[in-house]
Design a protein around this ligand. Structure first.
Ligand SMILES: Nc1ncnc2c1ncn2[C@@H]1O[C@H](COP(=O)(O)OP(=O)(O)OP(=O)(O)O)[C@@H](O)[C@H]1O
Ligand SMILES: [Mg+2]
Length: 892
């Protein structure tokens, strides 16, 4: 279908360019939501409505004959996606008793039943943002989280499963149809697995699809069952029945399984995700005070509105909860409204939800009971019979004759309902102050937003406070009025992030480096801090002590499963600009425009448009003006999520491209910051090159007195060398780096620390091995340094015998080499032996040192050695003092 033509037919051709730029084709079009349209720049509510209606019509059309899977639809397009690593909720739906059905029905009738079922699945799943990957006879394979992620993918999957059970039961068939549905969530590789760009394009591998298939096989007819990982992502959103652990073929260990009974009646998404006690509020004192001041003012009759904005997880709902806690003891009426990402087009959705909760509707209530409950609720606000009719209609309750029938056109009905809502608020506010909280206005349906807009105007003269929470993408048009306050929440500072971690870990212990890592990677976003900390806690096998860093697999500090979907959703909304996020992520948290351009090899205009998209989406910060600009990922976790989608092979290729760009076009950076180039060579699998570069970086760090960095870099070099087949040159390099590791280890870990000792022994072993292979190091310094290290370690640890032994070895080496610095160093042995109460060996050492010193002092070259060498620097004053002492003794 020609999307441009479709827009023209709707009279909305002005959006053609935006649709084209964002690659909205006929496969994506039916899935567009109001939120997507907003992002595409469709600002006018009227236009959005028109488009959404036309999209709904498209969906209905699509459900006519046997539908091709979404994968098949996409396969018509030239292949653009390659496979990715992703967290996906995989769902299987299977028609119960289809074999028996096939025995009873004429094949043609069977075909009709099956295709009606398939259409039903396709329509239902798409409505919830899922993707039909494949039809397998009467089974359907569905993905939530691919090709486009939503932050609530697991929830969408379960809701679609529940809806599907009902929808299939309603299908016309010779006998009622039933389905079995199962969902499992986990990391998979999905996409064009064979790289053909053809049939396999949306295939999936990993344990998750197997698990979902196995679970589906054990599901009872008419039920949705889920695996543990999916359950964790759902919080308390659904009522579940624990089916206990099950042994499933091909899956290791028993698997926890749950049957989903129904959506729970929990009040809000925030509460569903935080069952039990909330983490204590950290920081936000000023913000809370502001809310309390506005509340105090509102109670005097000067109604107030606070627009509470901030990115996902910054703590908007937590702050609103804190206000509720603060005023819990005061008499007031609380009205809470929750907009939902799955109901952005469903008129009055949050308002209906508020009515249902306030009236106390329960699962299994008959319509009659519900009407009675509504009656009781409306009596509190002395609602007129006419308005009660409107509210009953709003709640889709049947007319049992208790309310007068109203003959109104749809638009009139809408207007009257809005007026009835206004009146209800006014009545409630006159009996006690009202705290009204609208959560997540960015997902508000147009009608509810209109209703809340009316409240903003109306509230100025009522004893009521309205708090509206929303993310930055929502444009609140109510700002600027005197009774409206805009409050944007910022990230938490270092100290607050730390105390949030403390609250989460309770009385457990967290190694300092892990704490630091969490703080650095979560950028002061409370949600990230909480989830990362919980992920680390869960990885700890000991209940009280979190394992030390070395014992924690790196995957623990990867993106936590609970954040995966929301981070991926942000990236998927970028369309083609997502590739840029991946390239940027591979370069690093910060990258320059010039390097990016060199790696991306795209026309400059295209590059800038993609960068603007990332900046507009709040994922990147820009400093400076292109082409001299640099960019910074706003969140490390977004960078990690973008990088995490890349499979090994393309990731390696990308790093190789970056390394190549560095070397060719940024030689100065490659030279000045060898660690940067080393990192890309490592990731690109260019191991020998990477080893040499890490070594170079380590030696450079040593020169710059950066011992911590030096240790890390030299260790990386050595680690890589250990994986390579040995050659004389490589063995020589290994000795050099191992010996270079000793001084910074002494400095950072301690002179006699086990790490220092182990590294020294390793250095000596490497030298011995080289000698045994007939490749003694040409330069005696490494051996000297290794021996010196042993001497230092043992002297510090008061191991007199071992110290003497190494001192003797040093002296022997120094004499053999006639090296002045070594000789001076050997003089230290004299002091050492003296210190250990054995003076016999020291005169020879002191004499050697003394001669060396004198000869150093009398020759320019020797003096230079003295100046350069820290060893000499340390020894000279000692030698001078000991000579002076000797003279004094003689004089006496
Ligand atoms: N100041 C805080 N002190 C302690 N915990 C906090 C604080 N702010 C947020 N949190 C915790 O961080 C998590 C995310 O906060 P919250 O749900 O309030 O974010 P939000 O801004 O409402 O996000 P969304 O846009 O997704 O609704 C919650 O678990 C919450 O308890
Ligand atoms: Mg919230």
């Amino acid at each position: 279908m020609d999307v441009g033509g479709w827009l023209r037919r709707l009279g909305l051709e002005q959006y053609g360019a935006a649709f084209r730029d964002n690659e909205i084709d006929d496969t994506v079009l039916p899935n567009l939501t109001a939120e997507d349209l907003k992002e595409l720049g469709v600002g006018l509510v009227g236009h959005r409505r028109k488009l959404l209606d036309a999209i709904a019509a498209l969906r209905a059309e699509a459900s006519a004959p046997t539908p091709p899977s979404d994968a098949a639809l996409e396969a018509d397009e030239p292949a653009k996606d390659t496979a990715e690593r992703r967290q996906v909720t995989v769902m299987f739906s299977d028609l119960v008793g289809s074999t028996a059905l096939s025995a009873r029905l004429d094949p043609e009738d069977l075909r009709e039943v099956i295709s009606a079922y398939q259409r039903c699945v396709a329509e239902t799943v798409r409505r919830f943002g899922g993707f039909v990957a494949r039809y397998l006879g009467d089974g359907v394979l569905i993905y939530f989280g691919y090709p486009a992620a939503h932050e609530d993918d697991a929830e969408r999957a379960v809701r679609s499963g529940l809806a599907l059970i009902d929808a299939v039961a309603m299908l016309p068939a010779p006998e009622p149809l039933q389905v079995r549905i199962a969902a499992a969530t986990g990391l998979v590789v999905v996409g064009d697995l064979v790289g053909s760009g053809e049939a396999q394009e949306h295939d999936i591998v990993g344990e998750t699809p197997n698990l979902a298939a196995r679970l589906q096989a054990i599901a009872e007819p008419h039920t949705v069952i889920i695996a543990e990982a999916t359950r964790r992502l759902l919080g308390n959103l659904f009522e579940l029945r624990d089916l206990g652990p099950k042994d499933l073929k091909g899956i290791a260990g028993p698997v926890k399984t749950f049957a989903v009974l129904r959506a729970s009646s929990v009040e809000s998404r925030f509460e569903a995700m935080h069952p039990g006690i909330l983490t204590a509020l950290v920081g936000r004192e000023e913000e809370l005070q502001l809310l309390l001041r506005r509340w105090a003012k509102a109670k005097t009759g000067e109604g107030q509105v606070v627009l509470l904005s901030g990115e996902a997880g910054i703590g908007k709902s937590r702050l609103a909860a804190a206000l509720m806690e603060e005023i819990a003891a005061e008499p007031h009426t609380r009205l809470r409204y929750f907009c939902s990402p799955q109901h952005t087009d469903s008129a009055f959705h949050p308002i209906i939800g508020q009515f249902e909760r306030a009236a106390g509707f329960a699962y299994g209530d008959t319509p009659q009971t519900r009407l009675d409950k509504l009656d009781a609720l409306l009596a509190q606000s002395a609602t007129s019979r006419q308005d009660a009719t409107l509210f009953a209609e709003l709640l889709s309750l049947p007319d049992d004759g208790r309310y007068p029938a109203l003959e109104l056109a749809p638009e009139q009905r809408r207007q009257k309902t809005l007026e009835a809502l206004d009146l209800q608020l006014e009545t409630l506010a006159h009996s006690s102050p009202v705290l009204m909280i609208v959560e997540d206005a960015h997902w508000g349906d147009p009608t509810s937003l209109e209703a809340f807009g009316r409240t903003v105007d109306q509230i100025a003269t009522l004893p009521a406070l309205l708090i509206v929470t929303f993310r930055p993408e929502f444009e609140a048009l109510w700002v600027g009025q005197p009774h409206v306050t805009a409050l944007a929440l910022n990230r938490l500072g270092h100290r607050d992030a730390c105390s949030l971690i403390d609250h989460v870990i309770g009385n457990k212990l967290l190694p300092a480096n892990i704490r630091q890592d969490i703080i650095e990677r979560t950028d002061g976003i409370p949600l990230f801090v909480e989830e990362m900390t919980k992920a680390v806690l869960e990885a700890g096998s000991e209940p009280e002590v979190i394992p030390i860093a070395a014992a924690i697999p790196s995957s623990v500090l990867a993106v936590p499963a609970s954040l995966h979907a929301s981070l991926m959703a942000r990236l998927d909304r970028l369309g083609s600009a997502r590739e840029l996020a991946q390239v940027g992520a591979a370069i690093g948290r910060e990258f320059s425009h010039a390097l990016l351009a060199a790696v991306m090899r795209k026309p400059e205009a295209e590059l800038r448009a993609s960068l603007d998209r990332l900046i507009g989406a709040g994922l990147l910060f820009r400093r400076g003006v292109p082409p001299h600009a640099t960019y910074l990922f706003k969140h490390t976790l977004v960078q990690d999520a973008a990088y995490g989608t890349l499979l090994r092979k393309p990731r390696r290729a990308l790093h190789a491209r970056i390394a190549d760009a560095f070397e060719r076009q940024f030689a100065d950076i490659a030279e000045g910051q060898p660690d940067q180039l080393a990192r890309h060579c490592t990731e690109a699998g260019l191991i020998d090159k990477a080893a040499a570069l890490w070594g170079k970086a380590g030696l450079r760090s040593l020169k710059r007195s950066a011992p911590v960095e030096a240790i890390e870099q030299l260790r990386r070099a050595l680690g890589l060398i250990a994986t390579l087949p040995g050659t004389p040159a490589l063995r020589d390099e290994e000795i050099r780096f191992q010996v270079a590791l000793l001084p910074p280890l002494m400095h950072v870990k301690g002179l006699a620390a086990p790490e220092t000792k182990a590294a020294t022994e390793r250095a000596l072993l490497l030298i011995e091995q080289a000698e045994a292979l007939g490749e003694p190091p040409k330069d005696p310094l490494p051996l000297f340094r290794a021996l010196r290290s042993i001497w230092v370690t043992n002297t510090t640890a008061f191991n007199g015998d071992l110290a003497r032994e190494s001192a003797a070895q040093i002296l022997a080496l120094a004499e053999k080499q006639s090296d002045k610095v070594m000789l001076m160093m050997a003089a230290l042995r004299g002091l050492c032996i003296g210190a250990h109460g054995q003076l016999r060996g020291s005169p020879r050492a002191l004499r050697s040192g003394d001669c060396a010193l004198r000869s150093c002092r009398t020759s320019a070259a020797g003096d230079a050695v003295c100046q350069r060498s820290s060893v000499a620097g340390a020894v000279v004053p000692w030698l001078s003092r000991s000579r002076a002492r000797k003279h004094r003794t003689r004089a006496q």
